[in-house]
Write a protein that binds this ligand. Structure first.
Ligand SMILES: C[S@@+](CC[C@H](N)C(=O)[O-])C[C@H]1O[C@@H](n2cnc3c(N)ncnc32)[C@H](O)[C@@H]1O
Length: 284
């Protein structure tokens, strides 16, 4: 974590910190995905569900000073964090708009619309894609990066802790629980959005997308993934406890990241996170 992050996080909440950790672990993957999708210099890009601004800043770097990024999020508080971080990082080609992506008025000359971990929150993701594709120039790129959390995090070699983590980290796959219904920040979220992307693009009237599937992974004492996992568990725990799958005492959140670090490091092994699906296609 760099000094800017620490400064900004000093006056933000735990959820923002979780999003920043997520970006440290997933940023390199998202960058590779956007490169494959064709995001490049000079483009005007719309970032849906921009959160703490990590995707917007990544795209700002990729489009360069001749390009432009507009991030949209309905959480006005997190947009303040995004604005402060963007300013501190020196990006002048990024602006943020507060509002619901399904309702906000947008220009119609975007070269690309992107998003990460946002379609999972949409009750009608295909409808949203159809709607935002109308804001693109012909040939514009539609690129979304989403997980399927039913492909569990694991370690190599497998340890008893990682076997426990698999049980905790994988949402139940029966229909009733496919949408995690009870707890922010995952309220109503679709846990299998990644594997539904191809179908959702088709339903939106877009060409069948190209796909990249990758998992974040790391090892050694300094990998930020252990802390990310523990923070994600903190957000999910109330929901998981309601399902009767997990109890807080067994998880022991305050020591979880350190226990993960130790078991992985002791075996010179690696920890793999849930699979991440990137889909992109172009408006015809
Ligand atoms: C998990 S965060 C992802 C943030 C960011 N895309 C990233 O990858 O770091 C999801 C974000 O989507 C936003 N969001 C969810 N539904 C939305 C909607 N209907 N309109 C605007 N923003 C929405 C939330 O407020 C949250 O900031």
């Amino acid at each position: 974590m760099n000094e800017t992050d620490t400064y900004i996080l000093g006056r933000s909440d735990r959820e923002t910190r979780r999003l920043v950790l997520q970006h440290q672990v997933y940023g390199p993957i998202t960058r590779r995905f956007f490169q494959a999708a064709g995001i490049g210099a000079g483009m005007k890009v719309l970032d849906l569900g921009s959160g703490a601004g990590d995707v917007s800043m990544l795209v700002a770097e990729m489009v360069g000073p001749a390009g432009q990024v507009i991030g949209v999020d309905m959480n006005a508080e997190i947009l303040e964090t995004a604005r402060a971080r963007t300013q501190a990082a020196g990006w002048t080609n990024v602006t943020f708009k507060s509002g619901d992506v399904r309702e906000i008025a947008l220009e119609s000359d975007f070269d690309a619309v992107v998003g990460r971990w946002v379609l999972m929150y949409m009750p009608e993701p295909a409808q949203l894609l159809r709607q935002v594709a109308s804001r693109l120039k012909p040939g514009g790129i539609v690129a979304f990066h989403e997980n399927d959390f039913t492909y569990p995090p694991t370690t190599f070699p497998l340890t008893s802790l990682s076997e426990e983590l698999m049980k905790w980290g994988v949402p139940p796959v029966d229909d009733a629980m496919r949408r995690w219904t009870s707890t922010a920040p995952f309220q109503g979220a679709e846990s299998q959005m990644g594997t539904k992307l191809f179908r959702v693009y088709l339903e939106a009237g877009l060409p069948g997308p190209q796909l990249i599937v990758e998992a974040a992974a790391g090892g050694g004492p300094n990998w930020p993934g252990y802390e990310l996992f523990a923070e994600t568990m903190r957000s999910l725990l109330p929901m998981l406890e309601k399902t009767g799958r997990v109890n807080a005492k067994a998880v022991d959140l305050d020591t979880l990241a350190d226990r993960m670090r130790k078991t992985v490091t002791d075996s010179n092994g690696l920890q793999m996170m849930p699979l991440m699906f990137g889909a992109w296609s172009r408006k015809v």
